[in-house]
Design a protein around this ligand. Structure first.
Ligand code: PGA
Length: 255
């Protein structure tokens, strides 16, 4: 008998968006997360750091979890402007997005830095959502699979388990562009990631690690993308800023 699939996760990455009044969006997400959805998928909202604590307090008693968007590798110290994984956990986060392509591109994060941050997340008891994905040029050069493999190998340190790791496949060219890969392309990369997870977490646990797809996920394409083999949820950027759209995506998991 095939092992049960992991429980899907729909995660919202708010990026550098959101003010205190955005608590209303969180309230609307929590209110719309009704029984049929609760039974089938987890929801996570990752607001900017300024809102983490308020969001986490507001989410108490709901089933919506709160996460960070990045962390520093060290626990504390003279790193002006940085936020540690321990601080995220202290503010009420249960997860953190790491190695997002915007961090890699604009803040020069390497796979080695992502690996250090992943260890930091685990040290603080957070789930690490490690992002991988090829650029347009890499895809056109036929390097998608080798790039994703390399990022997986170098960004995920020893010690990963289905409980502390989520992998997000986000083709860089699909983020914020409205473009998405075909279901077939998504299936190919997710199957590759699942195969590599056998080495990362062991063959028995590989099927239990959640692999999210991210990049221009919206209510109108969610059902198709979430229906692809080895897709265990979504990492949603722009569409997570509107409760209606975020819930519309999560609805792919409604009965
Ligand atoms: P998008 O962003 O949904 O706006 O394309 C996805 C992401 O960057 O995680």
């Amino acid at each position: 008998m095939a092992a049960a699939k992991p429980r899907p996760l729909v995660a919202g990455n708010w990026k550098m968006n959101g003010l205190r009044r955005s608590l209303a969006t969180l309230d609307a997400v929590a209110a719309g997360y009704d029984a049929s959805l609760k039974a089938r998928a987890d929801l996570l909202v990752c607001p900017p750091a300024t809102l983490l604590s308020a969001f986490a307090q507001r989410a108490v008693g709901t089933r919506v979890a709160i996460g960070g968007q990045d962390c520093h590798a060290r626990e504390a110290g003279a790193y002006t402007g940085e936020i540690s994984a321990e601080m995220l956990a202290d503010a009420g986060a249960s997860a953190v997005i790491l190695g997002h392509s915007e961090r890699r591109q604009y803040f020069l994060e390497t796979d080695a830095i992502v690996a250090e941050k992943t260890l930091a997340a685990w040290r603080a008891g957070l789930v690490a959502i490690v992002c991988v994905g090829e650029t347009q040029a890499e895809r056109e050069a036929g390097k998608t699979l080798s790039v994703v493999r390399r990022q997986l190998r170098r960004s995920i340190p020893a010690g990963a388990t289905p409980a502390n790791l989520v992998v997000a496949y986000e083709p860089v060219w699909a983020i914020g562009t409205g473009l998405t890969p075909t279901a077939r392309d998504v299936a190919e990369v997710h199957a590759l990631i699942r195969g590599d997870l056998r080495r990362i977490v062991g063959a028995a646990a590989a099927g239990q690690v959640r692999i999210l797809y991210g990049g221009s996920v919206k209510p109108s394409n969610a059902a198709e993308l979430m229906g692809v083999d080895n897709v265990d949820g979504a990492l949603v950027g722009g569409a997570s800023l509107k409760a209606e759209d975020f819930l519309g995506i999560a609805a792919a998991y409604r009965d």
